[in-house]
Design a protein around this ligand. Structure first.
Ligand code: GLY
Ligand code: MN
Ligand code: MN
Length: 485
């Protein structure tokens, strides 16, 4: 007779008892740890006002077409605070200890997808409540179907902090889905969308302040986050360097995108942090050009490549602009070196205590003076659209990450990304038309002195790019059969 201990081991391995935790079981070993998430919840709690609760919802599943959804990506705040990567979940972080009718105390609650053998056969194993307790160490975990009946007296709080809701959350057939959780929260918390639209802090509802708390937390990176971002940035830079070696006139923008993204995957990056931008010639003038549909890049063009690997949820954001034929023309080099000069000056000025506004001014001044010297604008004060975007943003779990944008502080990780884009038909000599250059690097702000350049594995100076482009690529040997025309 099989003994009960052996039976339970068999059941654990077949997942029948709901104890197999595939969210992480076969996954990478360098994900953020439970103690990281727990510590972040504690720090958030310390910032919350008295007698308050902060409410976070998982990201919705978004439909791509018919029965195909977009790849699921957890809401970064939800992930940061819990490590939970599944949909249809709700987290409540209370400022003070709460007491149940039975006298038990708790200061956080999470409602998660319950185990469901049939659903798991199609979309993968769920953590369930046991997995959430044991693996994520969030002890007050309940099935999302329990939220409706869970006794929380929202009106007793001075503040209920939450983000106002997106309107694209679909109801599914599953009880306790995100649609239900939001609906039930609205009812329990006495939420009225019209009132809140006019007055985002209404009664005890506050759809404004949570962002500030999360900006404070997420804008300053913990050591483990810095480690993961370093990796995401290194991977992205190696992608840039490999493309510098592999690129040839006649390749398509899409193929070049594929080389970058192949390198990302080769290093275990799970995804891109944002849609990859690969624009040759005038396509580089479109700031967020993500079609990447040009079938053959031209030998005389520049190609602007803005890509970031996402590694364990953290994304890089690195741009390089290179000449397709390996050598910058005179005009291309003049623009490139001007953007480089502006970027280098802005990087050197990016220090703790310095305002974001100041470094933008540093870069803009250099670019305006340079454009004037090249005869592209008539005066340094002439309004123009050749540098139409900002200079720096935080990176992290989002490419445009949460964080404060007043003064720089130690352990912020930000981009520095000046650019010059001269579209065809611009009011300057034709020889400049179609030149688009952005150089984007990621830097770590230090306690004092100049920042650390994290993205130094991708050559940045024009001469070093040309040197790298002379090297041979292993992809030269990678050939595929011709397809019938
Ligand atoms: N890749 C988007 C940006 O540079 O901000
Ligand atoms: Mn950027
Ligand atoms: Mn970018």
């Amino acid at each position: 007779m099989i003994n009960i201990k052996i039976l339970s081991i068999i059941l654990i391995f077949t997942g029948k008892l709901g104890f197999s935790f595939a969210q992480e079981a076969n996954g990478p070993s360098d994900l953020l740890s439970n103690s990281f998430h727990q510590d972040r919840r504690e720090v958030l709690r310390s910032k919350l006002p008295k007698n308050s609760v902060a409410v976070f919802f998982a990201s919705p599943i978004r439909n791509r077409s018919n029965d195909v959804d977009f790849i699921y990506h957890q809401d970064p705040d939800f992930y940061y605070l819990t490590g939970y990567r599944e949909p249809h979940a709700l987290l409540l972080v209370f400022k003070e200890e709460q007491v149940t009718k039975n006298g038990n105390t708790y200061n956080e609650l999470i409602f998660v997808q319950p185990k469901n053998e049939r659903a798991e056969m199609w979309t993968g194993v769920r953590l369930g409540t046991n997995g959430t307790k044991e693996q994520l160490q969030i002890l007050n975990a309940f099935p999302n179907t329990d939220f409706q009946s869970y006794d929380i007296e929202f009106k007793k709080f001075d503040k209920i902090l939450f983000y106002d809701f997106r309107n694209d959350v679909r109801d599914t057939r599953a009880a306790g889905d995100l649609f239900d959780l939001i609906d039930q929260f609205k009812e329990k918390a006495n939420y009225n969308q019209e009132e809140l639209a006019f007055e985002p802090k209404k009664n005890n509802l506050d759809a404004v302040s949570l962002k500030g708390f999360m900006d404070d937390l997420r804008g300053i990176k913990e050591p483990v986050e810095i480690g993961l971002i370093r990796k995401a940035v290194d991977i992205s830079c190696i992608g840039q360097a490999e493309v510098m070696k592999a690129i040839k006139p006649g390749m398509s923008e899409r193929e070049i995108q594929g080389v970058h993204e192949f390198v990302f995957r080769k290093y275990g990056s799970e995804y891109q942090g944002y849609p990859s931008i690969v624009g040759a010639g005038k396509n580089g003038c479109i700031l967020h050009y993500i079609e990447n549909y040009k079938p053959e890049i031209n030998s005389k063009e520049l190609i602007l490549m803005d890509l970031g690997a996402e590694y364990r949820g953290y994304t890089a954001d690195v741009t390089r602009t290179i000449p397709v034929n390996g050598k910058f023309s005179k005009e291309q080099k003049a623009i490139y070196d001007l953007v480089y000069k502006a970027q280098d000056a802005a990087i050197n000025e990016s220090k703790a205590g310095v305002s974001f506004k100041y470094t933008v001014g540093v870069a803009r001044k250099i670019i305006n003076e340079g454009l004037f010297e090249l005869g592209i604008i008539d005066s340094i004060n002439q309004p123009h659209l050749y540098f139409p975007h900002g200079l720096s943003h935080h990176i992290g779990l989002d490419v445009h990450d949460k964080g404060n944008y007043d003064k720089m502080e130690a352990n912020m990780i930000i981009t520095v990304e000046p650019g010059i884009y001269i579209p065809e038909g611009a009011k300057c000599d034709k020889k400049w038309w179609g030149i688009a250059v952005r150089i984007e690097d990621c830097i770590l702000i230090k306690e004092s002195g100049r920042p650390e350049l994290l993205s130094d594995l991708a050559p940045r100076k024009s001469e070093l790019i040309e040197k790298m482009m002379k090297l041979s690529s292993p992809l030269e040997k990678f050939t595929l059969p011709e397809l019938d025309k």
